[in-house]
Design a protein around this ligand. Structure first.
Ligand SMILES: *Cc1c(COP(=O)(O)O)cnc(C)c1O
Length: 260
């Protein structure tokens, strides 16, 4: 496509993103939650969300509530998970627009529920567990009582649970194996207690490709759907193509004399 008035531009191949999503689904035999935070890793939030929907994704993941709203306002109906913290006043609108929030604190969960009830809707939530990333999440050892109490809050529907790997894109495998063992033990305990939610997820792109034991019900893939390597130590297998090309118009060619 010629951009005669521009000197430099990005071209985004949405068909490549659709194919990369399908490739990830083929490799993992799991549905993909397309991660589209940070303006779709710079590829365009709404455009990538639409490409994900066209590729058959039932889910996209964003970092912030505002990103989820932008996807909804664009008229897309697929499920949206806000992976980061959302302030309690957002919860009424989240419930009304079927935006799923992440919970890891009972006080905040109760505030979300109060807003959802006031808005006359059920709020879907996914519980987040900290198995070693040391960022957001409940420690898995506290997981069973947490899920018991969370499930009892009227106005909330505990639809999923997840964790995030700190080092799955490194050659060092011990940390991911250890994190996954802690998470898997919690899933087993919740299953026994009748508290396992419908959607259990853990794997980012690198874990989806290199740790099949972490696939669970759905994989959360960001970097790979854009056709980019998770890292030098966790390269993409064949079948993925980069979606972004940076182009620029040639503006000057000249020969510089020696010693100048
Ligand atoms: C960004 C993010 C992902 C996607 O990670 P990639 O390595 O880009 O696949 C998955 N889960 C969470 C919680 C994230 O924040």
């Amino acid at each position: 496509m010629p951009h005669t008035d521009l000197t430099t531009w990005l071209e985004i191949d949405l068909a490549a993103i659709r194919r990369n999503i399908q490739q990830m689904q083929t490799i993992t035999t799991r549905p993909v939650m397309a991660i589209i935070k940070a303006n779709g890793y710079g590829h365009g939030l709404v455009e990538v969300a639409r490409a994900a929907q066209d590729a058959g994704c039932a889910w996209v993941g964003v970092a912030r509530f505002e990103e989820a709203l932008a996807v909804r306002r664009a008229g897309l109906g697929l499920n949206i998970l806000v992976l980061g913290y959302a302030a309690p006043p957002c919860a009424g609108e989240a419930a009304a627009r079927n935006i799923t929030l992440t919970v890891y604190d009972l006080d905040v969960a109760n505030q979300y529920a109060a807003r959802a009830r006031a808005a006359g809707h059920i709020l879907n939530v996914h519980a987040k567990f900290d198995t070693g990333m040391s960022r957001l999440g409940i420690f898995p050892e506290d997981g069973v009582p947490f899920m018991q109490q969370l499930s009892a809050i009227p106005g909330l529907c505990v639809q999923g649970m997840f964790t995030h790997f700190a080092r799955s894109d490194e050659a060092e495998r011990v940390t991911t194996i250890w994190q996954n063992e802690r998470f898997s033990a919690l899933v087993t305990a919740l299953n026994a207690a009748g508290l396992r939610p419908a959607l259990v997820h853990a794997a980012n792109s690198a874990a989806a490709l290199y740790f099949p034991g972490a696939h669970y019900d759905i994989v959360r893939s960001g970097i790979a759907i854009y056709g980019l390597q998770p890292s030098d130590e966790a390269p993409l297998p064949p079948g993925f193509t980069p979606a972004l090309t940076w182009k620029a118009r040639l503006s000057s060619v000249k020969i510089i004399p020696p010693a100048q």
